[in-house]
Write a protein that binds this ligand. Sequence first.
Ligand code: FMN
Length: 324
Amino acid sequence: MMGQMKPFSIGNVRIDPPLALAPMAEVTDTYYRSLIKELGGAGLVVSEFISAEGLTRDNARTKQMLAFSEAERPVAIQIYGGDPDRMDDAAAIVEAEGVDIVDVNMGCPVRKVVNSGAGSALLKDFDRAASVVEKIRKRVKIPLTVKVRKGWESDDVLPLLKRFEEIGVAAIAIHGRTRNEAYTGASDWSYIAQVKRELRIPVWGNGDVKNPADARRMFEQTGVDGVMIGRAALHNPFIFRDIVLGNEKPDELERRIDAMQRYLEKIDRAPQPDKWKLHKARTVIGWFSKGIAHGKDIRNGLAEITSVADVQRLLDQARERLAA
Ligand SMILES: Cc1cc2nc3c(=O)[nH]c(=O)nc-3n(C[C@H](O)[C@H](O)[C@H](O)COP(=O)(O)O)c2cc1C
C-alpha cells in the first residue's frame, strides 16, 4: 500500500483530516463551505473562483464573494486571472481579509475564462504562469497554492509544477484531466501519482472520487497528501465524514434532510435578496435529495415553492413521511 490518510501541513496551516472541499463556482460560497465544515471530515474548504479583475476594480459583488466565517477555518480563497500585474494585487486583497491560504486557478476550461488568458489558458504559457505565481509569492505571506489540470491537451504540466516549487508555492492540487477533456473521460490517477513522486511539496489529488472507497484508493494508488472532492459533495455533503469514519453504508434521507435544514437556515440568515435564497434552496436541496429513497418527493415539491417558508414546509413534510 502506497499512501495512507494522515494530517499534513500547507506552510503553517495544518490540514486534518487531509480532505478538501474542491472549489466550485456558484457553489462553494461561505454558506456551502460552512455547512460542509459543520457536517465534519473536511480539513480544508476552498472558495469558488473569484475574479482578480473584479477584486482589483473594487467591484462590490466580487468583493462580497470574499466573505467567510471563522468556523470555516482553515479556508482557502481561489482567485483567477491572466494578468500577472493584477493577480498579485488581488492576492494582497485576499490576504488582507485574513484567510488562511490563497489559491490560484489554472484549471478552469470555460471558453470565456480561457479567452481572457486565465484559468487553464495559463497551462499554455508556462512563463506567464510562473510570473503570475512569482509576483504573488513576493507579495503575500500566507501560503500560496495552485490548482491545475494535467495540461492543456496532453500531460505536460510537471515542468511548470517544478518551477512553482522553486518559487515557493506551498502545495499543488491536480485534477487529472487536460483542459481539452473538460469533464469527459476519467481523471488520470497515474499522472497524479507521478506528480506526487516528483514534487517535494504537498499534493492534492482530484477527480472522480465518488465515495469513501474511491478516496481510499486514491490515497493508496497515488500517494497524495490529500484528496480533494468536488461533485460528489454536491449530492452527499457527508462524504468527508464518511471517508474519515470508513462508512460505506448507503446514504439515508434522514441525515440529508438534516443537511438541507441546516443549509436552509444559513441562507435564510444571509444578507441576500429572497430571489437568491429561493434559487439557492432549489438548487442545493435539489442536489441533496438525489440518490436516496423518497428524495423525488422533495424534488417534486421544489417545483412549487415560492418562499423560504414553503421550503421549510417541504422539509417538515418529508420528516413526517419519514416518521410515518
Ligand atoms: C459546478 C462546478 C464548478 C467548478 N468550479 C471550479 C472553480 O471555480 N475553480 C476550480 O478550480 N475548479 C472548479 N471546478 C472543478 C472542481 O474543483 C474539480 O476539479 C472537478 O470537479 C473534478 O473533481 P470531482 O470529480 O471531485 O468533481 C468546478 C467543478 C464543478 C462541477
